[in-house]
Write a protein that binds this ligand. Structure first.
Ligand code: CP
Length: 316
Protein backbone atom coordinates (compact mmCIF):
# COMPACT_ATOMS: atom_id res chain seq x y z
CA UNK A 1 0.00 0.00 0.00
CA UNK A 2 1.61 3.29 -1.13
CA UNK A 3 -1.15 5.79 -0.17
CA UNK A 4 -4.43 5.75 1.77
CA UNK A 5 -6.71 8.19 -0.01
CA UNK A 6 -10.12 6.52 -0.09
CA UNK A 7 -11.89 3.69 1.70
CA UNK A 8 -12.78 2.45 -1.79
CA UNK A 9 -9.12 1.55 -2.35
CA UNK A 10 -9.18 -1.07 0.43
CA UNK A 11 -10.00 -4.72 -0.25
CA UNK A 12 -11.61 -6.95 2.36
CA UNK A 13 -8.25 -8.60 3.06
CA UNK A 14 -6.51 -5.22 3.47
CA UNK A 15 -9.18 -4.05 5.94
CA UNK A 16 -8.80 -7.30 7.89
CA UNK A 17 -5.01 -7.00 7.82
CA UNK A 18 -5.13 -3.39 9.14
CA UNK A 19 -7.61 -4.34 11.88
CA UNK A 20 -5.66 -7.49 12.85
CA UNK A 21 -2.42 -5.53 13.23
CA UNK A 22 -4.31 -2.79 15.10
CA UNK A 23 -5.29 -5.48 17.64
CA UNK A 24 -1.57 -6.16 18.18
CA UNK A 25 -0.82 -2.43 18.34
CA UNK A 26 -3.53 -1.92 20.96
CA UNK A 27 -1.47 -4.17 23.26
CA UNK A 28 1.24 -1.49 23.14
CA UNK A 29 -1.36 1.05 24.30
CA UNK A 30 -1.77 -0.97 27.49
CA UNK A 31 1.97 -1.14 28.24
CA UNK A 32 3.77 1.14 30.66
CA UNK A 33 6.47 1.86 28.04
CA UNK A 34 4.63 2.52 24.80
CA UNK A 35 7.41 2.40 22.23
CA UNK A 36 8.25 0.06 19.36
CA UNK A 37 11.36 0.46 17.15
CA UNK A 38 9.38 -0.34 13.98
CA UNK A 39 9.57 3.01 12.16
CA UNK A 40 12.86 4.29 13.60
CA UNK A 41 14.47 6.64 11.08
CA UNK A 42 11.20 7.35 9.22
CA UNK A 43 9.59 10.81 9.22
CA UNK A 44 5.87 11.56 9.24
CA UNK A 45 4.46 15.08 8.75
CA UNK A 46 0.93 15.92 9.85
CA UNK A 47 -0.13 18.70 7.48
CA UNK A 48 -3.46 20.07 8.70
CA UNK A 49 -5.24 22.87 6.85
CA UNK A 50 -8.35 22.35 9.05
CA UNK A 51 -8.76 21.97 12.80
CA UNK A 52 -8.60 18.56 14.47
CA UNK A 53 -8.29 17.10 17.93
CA UNK A 54 -8.62 13.33 17.48
CA UNK A 55 -7.06 12.70 14.06
CA UNK A 56 -3.98 14.90 14.42
CA UNK A 57 -3.18 13.82 18.00
CA UNK A 58 -3.68 10.14 17.29
CA UNK A 59 -1.50 10.22 14.16
CA UNK A 60 1.17 11.99 16.20
CA UNK A 61 0.95 9.47 19.04
CA UNK A 62 0.83 6.56 16.57
CA UNK A 63 3.97 7.72 14.76
CA UNK A 64 5.84 8.41 18.01
CA UNK A 65 4.94 5.04 19.54
CA UNK A 66 6.39 3.45 16.38
CA UNK A 67 9.58 5.55 16.88
CA UNK A 68 9.05 7.66 13.74
CA UNK A 69 9.93 11.35 13.89
CA UNK A 70 6.63 13.25 13.70
CA UNK A 71 6.28 16.92 12.81
CA UNK A 72 3.01 18.88 12.89
CA UNK A 73 2.42 21.67 10.39
CA UNK A 74 -0.80 23.71 10.52
CA UNK A 75 -2.00 26.24 7.99
CA UNK A 76 -2.03 28.84 10.76
CA UNK A 77 1.57 29.62 11.63
CA UNK A 78 2.97 28.25 8.35
CA UNK A 79 3.62 30.00 5.01
CA UNK A 80 0.13 28.89 3.92
CA UNK A 81 -1.12 31.98 5.75
CA UNK A 82 1.13 34.05 3.42
CA UNK A 83 -0.62 32.56 0.42
CA UNK A 84 1.67 29.61 -0.42
CA UNK A 85 -0.21 27.10 -2.57
CA UNK A 86 -1.04 23.51 -1.62
CA UNK A 87 1.32 22.24 -4.32
CA UNK A 88 4.26 24.37 -3.15
CA UNK A 89 3.56 23.53 0.49
CA UNK A 90 3.54 19.75 0.02
CA UNK A 91 6.52 19.83 -2.33
CA UNK A 92 8.54 21.97 0.11
CA UNK A 93 7.81 19.59 2.97
CA UNK A 94 8.44 16.50 0.83
CA UNK A 95 11.77 17.97 -0.31
CA UNK A 96 12.99 17.77 3.28
CA UNK A 97 12.94 13.99 2.94
CA UNK A 98 9.74 12.95 4.67
CA UNK A 99 8.33 9.44 4.24
CA UNK A 100 4.63 10.12 4.85
CA UNK A 101 2.34 13.15 4.67
CA UNK A 102 -0.91 13.00 6.62
CA UNK A 103 -3.12 15.68 5.07
CA UNK A 104 -6.38 17.27 6.20
CA UNK A 105 -7.83 19.88 3.87
CA UNK A 106 -11.14 21.65 3.36
CA UNK A 107 -11.13 20.85 -0.37
CA UNK A 108 -12.34 17.44 -1.50
CA UNK A 109 -9.59 15.72 -3.45
CA UNK A 110 -6.66 17.74 -2.03
CA UNK A 111 -4.77 14.69 -0.61
CA UNK A 112 -5.22 12.80 -3.90
CA UNK A 113 -3.78 15.79 -5.77
CA UNK A 114 -0.88 15.96 -3.33
CA UNK A 115 -0.12 12.28 -3.94
CA UNK A 116 0.58 13.17 -7.60
CA UNK A 117 3.13 15.81 -6.62
CA UNK A 118 5.36 13.94 -4.15
CA UNK A 119 7.13 10.60 -3.73
CA UNK A 120 6.12 10.29 -0.07
CA UNK A 121 3.13 8.22 1.02
CA UNK A 122 0.00 10.34 1.47
CA UNK A 123 -2.79 9.65 3.95
CA UNK A 124 -6.14 11.39 3.61
CA UNK A 125 -6.95 12.64 7.12
CA UNK A 126 -10.24 14.17 5.96
CA UNK A 127 -10.83 16.17 2.77
CA UNK A 128 -13.79 18.53 2.61
CA UNK A 129 -17.07 16.64 2.44
CA UNK A 130 -15.42 13.78 0.55
CA UNK A 131 -13.73 11.10 2.71
CA UNK A 132 -12.02 10.23 5.98
CA UNK A 133 -10.76 6.68 5.44
CA UNK A 134 -8.86 6.20 8.71
CA UNK A 135 -12.04 7.19 10.61
CA UNK A 136 -13.94 4.44 8.75
CA UNK A 137 -11.16 1.97 9.58
CA UNK A 138 -11.20 2.80 13.29
CA UNK A 139 -15.00 2.62 13.24
CA UNK A 140 -14.89 -0.85 11.63
CA UNK A 141 -12.26 -1.93 14.17
CA UNK A 142 -14.46 -0.68 17.04
CA UNK A 143 -17.55 -2.43 15.63
CA UNK A 144 -15.62 -5.67 15.08
CA UNK A 145 -14.46 -5.62 18.70
CA UNK A 146 -18.01 -4.93 19.89
CA UNK A 147 -19.46 -7.77 17.78
CA UNK A 148 -16.73 -10.14 19.05
CA UNK A 149 -17.61 -9.27 22.65
CA UNK A 150 -21.23 -10.21 21.96
CA UNK A 151 -20.23 -13.28 19.87
CA UNK A 152 -16.56 -14.41 20.07
CA UNK A 153 -17.00 -16.28 16.76
CA UNK A 154 -18.11 -13.16 14.88
CA UNK A 155 -16.78 -12.99 11.31
CA UNK A 156 -19.78 -12.44 9.02
CA UNK A 157 -20.80 -8.80 8.63
CA UNK A 158 -23.78 -9.63 6.41
CA UNK A 159 -26.04 -10.11 9.44
CA UNK A 160 -25.17 -6.71 10.90
CA UNK A 161 -27.14 -3.48 10.48
CA UNK A 162 -25.40 -0.12 10.91
CA UNK A 163 -27.54 3.04 10.90
CA UNK A 164 -25.65 6.24 10.15
CA UNK A 165 -27.83 9.16 11.16
CA UNK A 166 -27.36 12.91 10.88
CA UNK A 167 -25.99 15.61 8.64
CA UNK A 168 -25.05 13.35 5.73
CA UNK A 169 -24.66 16.24 3.28
CA UNK A 170 -21.59 17.66 4.97
CA UNK A 171 -20.08 14.43 6.28
CA UNK A 172 -16.89 12.87 4.94
CA UNK A 173 -17.18 10.15 7.60
CA UNK A 174 -20.39 8.80 6.07
CA UNK A 175 -18.88 8.35 2.61
CA UNK A 176 -15.87 6.41 3.90
CA UNK A 177 -18.04 4.34 6.24
CA UNK A 178 -20.51 3.40 3.51
CA UNK A 179 -17.67 2.31 1.22
CA UNK A 180 -15.87 0.31 3.91
CA UNK A 181 -19.00 -1.30 5.38
CA UNK A 182 -20.13 -2.23 1.87
CA UNK A 183 -16.81 -4.00 1.28
CA UNK A 184 -17.24 -5.81 4.60
CA UNK A 185 -20.81 -6.82 3.66
CA UNK A 186 -22.83 -5.03 6.38
CA UNK A 187 -26.33 -3.62 5.84
CA UNK A 188 -26.07 0.17 6.00
CA UNK A 189 -29.04 2.43 6.71
CA UNK A 190 -28.62 6.16 6.05
CA UNK A 191 -31.02 8.28 8.09
CA UNK A 192 -31.45 12.04 7.70
CA UNK A 193 -34.02 14.74 7.10
CA UNK A 194 -34.55 15.21 3.35
CA UNK A 195 -32.70 18.56 3.53
CA UNK A 196 -29.52 16.86 4.78
CA UNK A 197 -29.39 14.00 2.27
CA UNK A 198 -26.51 14.39 -0.21
CA UNK A 199 -27.33 14.53 -3.91
CA UNK A 200 -26.90 11.14 -5.56
CA UNK A 201 -27.36 9.25 -2.28
CA UNK A 202 -29.84 6.88 -3.95
CA UNK A 203 -26.96 5.35 -5.91
CA UNK A 204 -24.88 4.61 -2.79
CA UNK A 205 -24.73 0.98 -1.59
CA UNK A 206 -27.05 1.73 1.35
CA UNK A 207 -30.76 2.10 2.22
CA UNK A 208 -31.98 5.68 2.65
CA UNK A 209 -34.50 6.52 5.38
CA UNK A 210 -36.00 9.79 6.61
CA UNK A 211 -37.79 8.36 9.67
CA UNK A 212 -35.36 7.45 12.47
CA UNK A 213 -38.13 5.91 14.58
CA UNK A 214 -38.87 3.37 11.85
CA UNK A 215 -35.38 1.82 12.11
CA UNK A 216 -34.00 2.48 15.61
CA UNK A 217 -35.11 -0.92 16.97
CA UNK A 218 -33.45 -2.81 14.05
CA UNK A 219 -29.88 -1.60 14.40
CA UNK A 220 -26.75 -3.24 15.79
CA UNK A 221 -24.88 0.06 15.63
CA UNK A 222 -26.39 3.55 15.87
CA UNK A 223 -23.70 5.84 14.50
CA UNK A 224 -24.65 9.47 15.05
CA UNK A 225 -23.06 12.23 12.97
CA UNK A 226 -22.42 15.80 13.95
CA UNK A 227 -24.61 18.56 12.58
CA UNK A 228 -21.88 20.64 10.90
CA UNK A 229 -23.30 24.10 11.47
CA UNK A 230 -20.02 25.73 10.40
CA UNK A 231 -20.52 24.36 6.86
CA UNK A 232 -24.12 25.67 6.61
CA UNK A 233 -24.10 29.23 5.34
CA UNK A 234 -27.41 31.02 5.90
CA UNK A 235 -28.58 28.90 8.82
CA UNK A 236 -29.82 25.34 8.78
CA UNK A 237 -33.04 23.44 8.51
CA UNK A 238 -34.62 21.81 10.40
CA UNK A 239 -34.12 23.97 13.48
CA UNK A 240 -32.07 22.54 16.33
CA UNK A 241 -35.21 21.64 18.29
CA UNK A 242 -36.90 20.03 15.28
CA UNK A 243 -33.68 18.17 14.50
CA UNK A 244 -33.37 16.70 17.98
CA UNK A 245 -37.03 15.66 18.02
CA UNK A 246 -36.77 13.93 14.65
CA UNK A 247 -33.20 12.69 14.48
CA UNK A 248 -31.48 12.98 17.86
CA UNK A 249 -30.45 9.90 19.81
CA UNK A 250 -32.65 10.83 22.74
CA UNK A 251 -32.99 8.76 25.94
CA UNK A 252 -36.30 7.47 24.54
CA UNK A 253 -34.69 6.21 21.31
CA UNK A 254 -31.76 4.78 23.28
CA UNK A 255 -34.27 2.75 25.30
CA UNK A 256 -35.75 1.35 22.08
CA UNK A 257 -32.41 -0.04 20.84
CA UNK A 258 -31.67 -3.76 21.05
CA UNK A 259 -29.97 -4.68 24.34
CA UNK A 260 -26.69 -5.65 22.61
CA UNK A 261 -26.64 -2.67 20.22
CA UNK A 262 -23.95 0.01 20.48
CA UNK A 263 -23.83 3.79 20.11
CA UNK A 264 -21.03 5.43 18.12
CA UNK A 265 -20.09 8.98 17.12
CA UNK A 266 -16.87 10.06 15.36
CA UNK A 267 -16.78 13.31 17.32
CA UNK A 268 -16.76 16.11 18.06
CA UNK A 269 -20.27 15.71 19.49
CA UNK A 270 -22.98 18.34 19.77
CA UNK A 271 -24.43 17.04 23.04
CA UNK A 272 -28.12 17.80 23.25
CA UNK A 273 -28.45 18.20 19.46
CA UNK A 274 -27.72 14.94 17.58
CA UNK A 275 -26.91 12.91 20.70
CA UNK A 276 -28.17 13.20 24.27
CA UNK A 277 -25.75 13.03 27.18
CA UNK A 278 -27.62 9.88 28.25
CA UNK A 279 -26.69 8.17 24.96
CA UNK A 280 -23.14 9.55 24.74
CA UNK A 281 -22.33 8.32 28.25
CA UNK A 282 -24.44 5.12 28.19
CA UNK A 283 -22.99 1.67 28.82
CA UNK A 284 -23.74 1.02 25.14
CA UNK A 285 -21.59 3.97 24.06
CA UNK A 286 -18.36 3.09 22.20
CA UNK A 287 -17.37 6.74 21.67
CA UNK A 288 -14.19 6.64 23.79
CA UNK A 289 -13.37 3.17 22.41
CA UNK A 290 -13.39 4.81 18.96
CA UNK A 291 -10.89 7.40 20.18
CA UNK A 292 -8.59 4.73 21.63
CA UNK A 293 -8.92 2.66 18.45
CA UNK A 294 -7.79 5.72 16.49
CA UNK A 295 -4.25 5.36 17.82
CA UNK A 296 -3.99 1.58 17.27
CA UNK A 297 -5.51 1.74 13.78
CA UNK A 298 -3.30 4.65 12.74
CA UNK A 299 -0.22 2.78 14.03
CA UNK A 300 -1.32 -0.10 11.83
CA UNK A 301 -1.91 2.19 8.83
CA UNK A 302 1.53 3.81 9.20
CA UNK A 303 3.08 0.35 9.47
CA UNK A 304 1.24 -0.83 6.34
CA UNK A 305 2.50 2.25 4.47
CA UNK A 306 6.05 2.48 5.76
CA UNK A 307 6.90 -0.69 7.63
CA UNK A 308 7.87 -2.86 4.67
CA UNK A 309 9.08 -6.26 5.69
CA UNK A 310 10.17 -5.15 9.17
CA UNK A 311 8.86 -7.03 12.21
CA UNK A 312 6.31 -4.91 14.09
CA UNK A 313 7.77 -5.85 17.46
CA UNK A 314 4.27 -5.53 18.92
CA UNK A 315 4.21 -9.06 20.27
CA UNK A 316 7.83 -9.03 21.53
N1 CP B 1 -13.35 12.40 14.02
C1 CP B 1 -12.50 13.41 13.70
O1 CP B 1 -12.01 13.50 12.58
O2 CP B 1 -12.23 14.25 14.74
P1 CP B 1 -11.20 15.49 14.66
O3 CP B 1 -11.81 16.51 13.74
O4 CP B 1 -11.09 15.96 16.09
O5 CP B 1 -9.91 14.98 14.12
Amino acid sequence: MKHLLSAADLSRSEIDSICDLAEEMSEVQRREVKKLPTLRGRTVVNLFFEDSTRTRSSFEIAGKWLSADVINVSAKGSSVSKGESLRDTVQVIAAMGVDALVIRHSSSGAPAQAANWVDASVVNAGDGTHEHPTQALLDAFTMRRHFRLVDPGFADWSGKTVAITGDLTHSRVVRSNVLLLHTLGARVLLVAPPTLLPSGVDSWPAEVHTDFDEVIDQVDIAMMLRVQRERMSGGYFPTAREYTIGYGLTPERLARMRPEAAVMHPGPMNRGLEISAAAADAAASRVLDQVAAGVAVRMSVLYHLLGGANETGATA
